[in-house]
Design a protein around this ligand. Structure first.
Ligand code: P61
Length: 459
């Protein structure tokens, strides 16, 4: 067999296992009804394969667990903080590191520091918590992502790119009212789609021209860098770590949920180059998160993040991580299941509109599809459509996003290829029975981030 045809495998072996239970059909029916047809409200003991999220669900390495034993739990001046700071500076290149309990802690702080009432924040598609903190700080989010990002079938290689024309229009129409551009790498709600390095640099140049900052959401930046290495002319042969540094260099700071790329179960940080922004952030930090040398994390958490950052940037790690996502995605694509293309970095996104054309958007097709998959196999996915989009802050109307998706999110280093096979089989089985799936009616709607706790009943 020629060498290039040989399979590859994960660059690790398994040292510890966690048992899972396969609930019976009867148990699943009861569980999803009790959960109000919302997969967020299922108890994890009722879940077989948990593809709700890749957030905080990664398997830590033996090195990370060893690091946890070295955690310095001092209230002030923890050595673990200094190791985290050194890791962030070395791998992402920012000068000042402000630790937070998780990503939204960093989003809260940077939004309050930079946004004033009436400001406008352009970005490459909204993310739920990011936009909420921008709105709570008095700002308004404006989507400036390329049009292709809203089309599940478009195979554009960089659907995370900013449309520079749209961005410049926002600058021109809101002089003095744009504190920063909010750029995510990768773009979660678009399907884990990457931004190109060229576009990132162009955004930074344009923003600088208008004296506007660029704040990067670096939550899945290693995955983004891998796509750049694979797809962007001139980037082949460069390491993921080098590309990550280049992306960060085209920004003024970043927010990070260390629960994703950095392979930790909890944690995050804000990192910036401007000392005044860092000082203002640390001032708020002591009110909302904790002292500036722990910010809501224990010493052992900070150790796990510091080591996880390093591991996340290894090319063999990221190849296997995204390789597994591609494996599942290819199976579904070959079976004719409608998914967001190209296949993204952290999960497979089913196109619920194409999957369930008989269910109108007001009946929450993606929510209904996630519940149907759980019922079929005990596999837990997440709605990313109308329920997630919520209501417009000004008008109170339900937003109707073009993308009505169900996310099958793959935790890092947790599931095997056989788990992916079982997942593909379940989704295909639901696809065959799709005509029988009906929509849902919302019976309880929380005010903020409603998708987490909303309840539904079948129509
Ligand atoms: C997720 F349903 N993501 O994807 P925190 N930026 C980005 C994220 O993906 C992200 C955060 C900031 C989650 C958890 C989650 O609507 C939801 O550490 C690109 O979770 O605070 C989190 O980081 C926030 C799930 C968050 C959701 C919000 O599953």
């Amino acid at each position: 067999m020629p060498l290039e045809r040989r399979s590859w495998a994960e660059p690790f072996k398994i040292k510890m296992v966690e048992h899972v239970r396969i609930p019976t059909r009867e148990q699943r029916e009861r569980a999803i009804a009790e959960a109000g047809y919302n997969t967020f409200l299922l108890r994890s003991r009722d879940v077989y394969i948990d593809l709700l999220t890749d957030s905080g669900t990664s398997a830590m390495s033996d090195r990370q667990w060893a690091g946890m034993m070295l955690g310095d739990e001092a209230y002030a001046g923890s050595e673990s903080y200094y190791r985290l700071e050194a890791s962030v500076r070395r791998h992402y290149g920012y000068a000042h590191v402000v630790p937070t309990h998780q990503g939204r802690g960093a989003e809260h702080i940077i939004s309050r520091v930079l946004i004033r009432e009436g400001d406008v924040i352009p970005g490459n598609m909204y993310f739920t918590t990011t936009r909420l903190h921008q709105e709570m700080a008095g700002g308004r989010f404006v989507d400036v992502i390329v049009d292709e990002a809203h089309d599940p079938a478009s195979e554009c290689p960089f659907k995370g790119d900013v449309d520079l024309g749209k961005l410049e229009r926002v600058f021109q129409e809101n002089p003095g009212r744009v504190p920063y551009v909010s750029v995510a790498a990768t773009v979660n709600m678009a399907g884990g789609q990457p931004i190109s390095l060229a576009n990132m640099k162009a955004v930074y140049e344009l923003a600088r021209h208008y004296a506007v900052k660029v704040i990067l959401d670096a939550t899945r930046i290693a995955e983004n860098a891998w796509f750049i290495q694979q797809r962007e002319p001139g980037q082949q042969g460069r390491s993921v770590g080098q590309i990550v540094k280049d992306l960060c260099a085209a920004s003024d700071g970043c927010t990070m949920s260390a629960k994703k790329d950095p392979l930790a179960n909890i944690g995050g940080f804000l990192a910036v180059n401007d000392v005044e922004v860092a000082e203002a952030a640390r001032n708020l930090l002591v009110a909302f998160e904790g002292l500036h040398t722990y910010g809501g994390m224990s010493g052992r958490d900070m150790e796990a993040v510091a080591i996880g950052i390093e591991e996340s940037l290894q090319d063999d790690h990221i190849r296997a991580r995204i390789g597994q996502v591609l494996y599942l995605g290819e199976k579904l694509r070959q079976a004719g299941v409608p998914i967001v293309l190209p296949i993204g970095g952290h999960g497979i996104f089913l196109d619920a509109r194409a999957f369930l054309p008989q269910v109108p958007q007001e009946h929450y097709p993606a929510q209904a599809l996630a519940a149907a998959i759980y019922l079929d196999s005990g596999i837990r996915a997440m709605e990313r459509g109308t329920v997630s989009a919520g209501r417009d802050a000004a008008s109170g109307e339900e937003r109707k996003p073009k993308l009505e998706l169900v996310r099958l999110t793959i935790p890092r280093r947790v599931y095997t290829q056989a788990h992916m096979d079982v997942t593909a089989e379940s989704v295909c089985a639901v696809y065959e029975e799709r005509d029988a799936i009906r929509g849902l009616r919302m019976t309880y709607e929380p005010k903020l981030l409603r998708f987490f706790q909303a309840r539904f009943e079948p129509r």
